[in-house]
Design a binder for this molecule. Sequence first.
Ligand SMILES: [Zn+2]
Length: 307
Amino acid sequence: MTAVFQDPIFQDETKAREALEAARWPNGVVCPHCGGVDKIAKVEGKKQSHRPGLFYCGMCSSQFTVTVGTVFERSKVPLTKWWMAAHLFNQGKNGVSAHEIHRTIGVTYKTAWFMMHRLREAMGSAEGLEPMGGAGHTVQADETYYGNSSKRAKHYRKGHSHKSGVIALVNPKTGEARAFAVNKATSKVVTEILRKNVDRKTTLVTDESPLYRKAGYKKHQKVFHTIKEYVNKEGFTTNNVENFFGNFKRGMKGTYRFCGEQHLQRYLNEFAFRYNNRSGLGITDGERTALAMKGIEGKRLTYRPTN
Ligand SMILES: [Zn+2]
C-alpha cells in the first residue's frame, strides 16, 4: 500500500467508521429514524443484535449504525476502502479512473465503477440550490460543447455530431461554480438556467453571444472575444468560467477519456464539487474527502446496487 494510505481510517474499520460518524454527526449522534438526539446510547456487549457502532434511540426504541440503510451498508465494501476511493477522488483537480481505483484499493473493476458513481452522486448537484450572486456580486456565464469528435467516433456514428452543450456559472468572489449539461445551448435553455441560478441583482458577465440577452439582467457586462478583448473597459472578464471549462476538459481528457452523454451531468457535478471545495479556498484534501463521504452517506438507496 502506498504512503498516501497511512492514515488509520484507511487501515482500521473501527477508525473508518468513527471518522464517518464524525463527518455525519459533527454535533452529536442523531437518530436516523426519528431525528432524536437526547436519548441515544451506545449498544455494547455480546448480544446477538450487537454490531460494532450500534446505537439505541430511547425516543423511538430503535437501533441504528452510521451506515444503516445507506450504500455503505449494502455494498459490502469495507469503509476503509470507501475512504481510500474518496481520497483518491479528491486529490488534485482531475479525479481518478475506475481502473486506478480497482488496482489501487483492491476491488473488482465493476465495484470500482459502482463506487465512483456513488461518490459522484454524493458530490451533489446544483438542483434546488439558492440563486448565486446578488447585489455587489458578479457571475460569469459561458457555454461550451463537449463530446467525442474523434474520427473513429464519427465513423461509428455515421458523421453525426454528438456534442452536448455545457453551461457554467462562476461567482469569482465566493469561488462557487455550477455547471449544467444541456442538449443544445439555446437562448431559451440559457435563460431558464440563469433565472433559476443567478440572482437578478447580480452583474452578469458573458462574452458577446446573444444567448444571454433574453434573460434580461439589468447589469450585464460583455467581453468581446471576437475582437480579442479579454478584459472589458469596465474591468470585467470571463476568465474564471473559462478556467473552469479548462479544468473540466483537461480532466476529462486525461482521466476519463470520454463519458457518454447520459453521464455528463454527473461528471460536471464532480468537477464543480472539487472546484467549490478547492484548496485555494482553504479546504484541505482531507476535508474535501470527508464532505464526499458525508454526501454518500446522505443518499438513501432508491435501487438495489449490484455489488
Ligand atoms: Zn429515534
